[in-house]
Structures are given as C-alpha cells and as structure tokens.
Write a protein that binds this ligand. Sequence first.
Ligand code: GRF
Length: 211
Amino acid sequence: MNNPGPSRPGFSFAPEIPGPRFGVLGSGKGSNFRALAEAWKEGTLGATPAIVLSDIETAGILPLGREFGIPTHFLPPGPFRTKMTPEAEEELVRHLREARVDFVVLAGFMRVIKAPLLEAFPGRILNIHPSLLPAFRGLEAWRQALEAGVPEAGCTVHLVDAGVDTGKILGQSRVPVLSGDTAESLHARIQVAEHELYPRIVREFAKQIQG
Ligand code: GRF
C-alpha cells in the first residue's frame, strides 16, 4: 500500500494497522461498534473492521459505519423475528467472505446465529452480552438483573455457539447495581463498561488468532 505521506489539514489517515480483519453485525445504535472503531482509528485495536452489516435498514450502526469509512450493507433477514432465513444467512456469509474477514463481532445483533454463519467462522464469532453470564441470558438482561435484586450486574464477551449466550467466556466487567437504579440507568452504566471491555477483548482475540 502507498505511504499516504504527512497528514494535511483536513485529512486524517487511518494508521497502517496490521492484524486480522473483522466483520461487524448490529441491529441497533452501534455504541459498541463506535468504541471498537475509535480504538481502530487510534491504532490500539490490533485489528481492522472491514464491513458493517445489519438486519435493520434504519439501524444507527449503518450510518455510523459509513462515518468511519467502512463499507456497510443492510441484509433483509426474512420473515422470522428471532433468526434469519438460511438464505439470508448465506448472503451474510458471502458478504463477510468478500470482505475477507478473519472473525466476526456481534455488536447488538438481535438474531440468533445459525449453522451457515457458525460453520463459516467456527470459534471466530464474538458477542457482548449485558450480564455476568451465565446469569441472565436472553433479552434485556439488565432488567432481569434489576428484577432479581442482585447487588452486581455487568457484561460479558463470549464466543458464539449454537445456544443463546452460552459460548466460552472471554472476559467480563462488573458493575454495581445502585439503590434507585432504573432499568435504563443500570443499562447505561453497563454500556460504559461494555465500551471498555469489548475493544480490550477484541485486541486479545486478534493477537491470539495471529499466533
Ligand atoms: C448492548 O447492551 C449489548 O450488550 C447487547 O446489545 C446492546 C447493543 O448496544 N448485545 P449498541 O448497539 O452497541 O449500543
């Protein structure tokens, strides 16, 4: 690749980043993706986001990807609410392969991953979940924690397997539950922890798969 030369006013060049390439899948606003992309821009992630894909056409993560200069695509998921059709998932795999990604990062992707994607990237799909797994799998884990009255919540980065939030745990951050917390205030505190945890674990994972 050409050396871009010294930076000029109005231009900023992404640092030359060696390391594996990853695809990002998200259905929402993309704050975890932003944390990853900012670490990438700062040159501290040790990996490069190569494509952002969403099953929701209006998801904030798509314009955010473009803001960071990363190719983005909306992929229609098909008629099911909690999973993609096998054909839609094959299409997703095709995009990831074309983007030559080495691993996949789920950043608020709200559908269960099935065989086409699991088999295309075995042991190479990461997810972040807003609880201290194995506690509180599934939806709105922060609300589950609040309703259970536990003193501590948190977030977990794990490998994705065929179950829901069941794969090998790669890292966790703990967050206190405060008196007077609402579901919203607790989720906001967990998200702050997520934005520190995910880049840290992606960096470790990228280093590990490079050998
Ligand atoms: C996060 O709370 C994450 O733990 C869960 O979905 C949410 C995504 O948020 N899997 P964002 O789109 O990254 O802001």
